[in-house]
Design a protein around this ligand. Structure first.
Ligand SMILES: *Cc1c(COP(=O)(O)O)cnc(C)c1O
Length: 455
């Protein structure tokens, strides 16, 4: 059969509350046009994030009942550790309450003033945690990665020439090399197995640890299987194990490719660094056998990791994005191609070319999608990345709107609705106005900035 169907039946449902366009106009005003300030009850289709919003399986809910809440030595930790190690064979696996807690612990130990940390593209919390220590975060993605029109199969790859030049320039001040798979901030684009292995090789030759930000490792492995020469006949598990084989550590958000509503971990091979991380963990998260989580959360993750590498799931997952992208493309709406793993990205700079980058075309588009259809997406552009640590404001490399697709949560008719909202928006998009920021915090401003329309 050609039709790729949702590979699950629905056992439990959550009603959606419908709002009218006029209601949403008022709600937007009250939220100062920041979609993070909306109540989720006021959102019809919530594509703000795919983080922690997955539908858990009946097996995961059953595993939750087996959670053991012992402070130390819980069997839930053993199940969690075994499940992680089955895919990523690191010596020390340290649970945290989210991915960013793993980042905060890692960079508090290896970051600091004068340090420089490269990645393909750092995710916003990763960048925030690096900069909070006084270190600098650098993005070295290949040029194709910043070109929404490029059809390169691995647009998340790091530019290896730039990486070598970077290491020669900053020398001892590079405490680690990172790579984000898939590359969230760069459009959810995958990194090839070859690129991951070359990174590890370069890291080894410069004697610098290689750390993978692995939030969407299963989606990345699926793309490797589909797109990389010689990988098509391997199982997802084999590819995943190969991806991590030469890495020295990883940070992970279990809210992504572990189907959990909360959780994460830091994994390391170095004994001394791991010991220091565990000490920090006890200070800030909890004892190393629960790390800021309930025992039941560890069991949900352990089960989720078994389900995420299922090929029927991954095929459906990526097809959902492709389907929306094909239909938007047919409407001449500029989308990032090829489809990424977890989200659909619209190129607002080119679609709303009448709005200047410093008047945030991505924000204008995200606000319009909510007003017209009750869809909540997220600007990934100058609002998110435009404020430099020195206080200056510069336009970001791309002005994207991300429609992140929660895992196993929405169906094809929801996808058809999303496309229809775009179809309507296309008729009025030339009248959309830009925004200015009237209030912002010193860091990670997109979460809480207040906006006003530019007249
Ligand atoms: C979500 C995410 C993080 C942070 O994880 P949280 O669990 O949200 O703290 C880090 N890196 C990437 C690439 C992510 O997508």
């Amino acid at each position: 059969m050609k039709t790729i169907i949702e590979p699950f039946r629905i056992k439990s449902v959550e009603p959606i509350r419908f709002t009218t366009q006029n209601e949403r106009k008022e709600l937007l005003k009250k939220a100062h046009y920041n979609l993070f300030a909306l109540k989720s009850d006021d959102v019809i289709i919530d594509l703000l994030t795919d983080s922690g919003t997955s539908a858990m399986s009946s097996a995961q809910w059953a595993a939750i009942m087996n959670g053991d809440e012992s402070y130390a030595g819980s069997p839930s930790f053993d199940r969690f550790e075994a499940s992680v190690r089955d895919l990523m064979d690191f010596k020390h696996i340290i649970p945290t309450h989210q991915g960013r807690a793993a980042e905060a612990i890692l960079f508090s130990l290896i970051g600091g003033k004068g340090k420089h940390i490269p990645s393909n593209n750092h995710f916003d919390t990763t960048r925030g945690n690096i900069e909070a220590t006084g270190a600098m975060a650098h993005d070295l993605v290949i040029d194709e990665g910043s070109d929404p029109k490029s059809l390169h199969p691995f647009k998340g790859n790091i530019d290896l020439d730039k990486l070598v030049a970077f290491l020669d320039k900053y020398g001892e001040n590079v405490p680690c090399i990172m790579i984000t798979i898939t590359n969230n901030a760069g459009g959810g684009q995958p990194v090839s197995l070859e690129n991951i292995h070359f990174c590890a090789k370069i890291a080894r030759s410069y004697n610098v640890p290689f750390i993978i930000d692995a939030c969407r490792f299963a989606e990345n492995a699926w793309f490797i299987k589909q797109r990389e020469a010689g990988q098509g006949d391997r199982s997802i598990k084999e590819i995943v194990r190969d991806m991590f084989k030469f890495a020295d550590g990883m940070t992970m958000s279990a809210k992504k490719d572990a189907f959990a509503n909360i959780g994460g971990w830091l994994a390391l091979n170095d004994d001394e660094l791991a010991q220091n991380a565990k000490t920090k963990l006890i200070q800030t998260e909890g004892f190393p056998t629960y790390g800021g989580l309930a025992g039941r959360d560890l069991d949900a993750i352990a089960q989720g990791l078994k389900e995420i590498i299922d090929e029927d799931y991954l095929r459906y997952r990526v097809r959902t994005n492709e389907y929306i992208i094909e239909r938007l493309d047919a409407l001449n709406i500029p989308v990032v191609k090829p489809a990424g793993g977890h989200a659909v990205f619209i190129d607002a700079k080119s679609w709303l070319s009448h709005i200047e980058p410093l008047q945030y075309p991505g924000q204008a588009l995200a606000v319009a999608l909510y007003e017209l259809g009750g869809i909540r997406g997220c600007e990934i552009g100058t609002v998110m990345f435009g404020r430099a640590p020195d206080g200056s404001e510069n336009q970001a490399a791309m002005e994207l709107v991300r429609l992140a697709i929660p895992r196993r949560t929405y169906t094809q008719s929801h996808a058809d609705y999303i496309v229809e909202v775009f179809e309507e928006l296309a008729k009025i998009k030339d009248d959309l106005k830009g925004f200015k920021i009237i209030e912002e915090p010193p860091m990670m401003r997109h979460f809480s900035a207040k906006f006003a329309t530019v007249i």
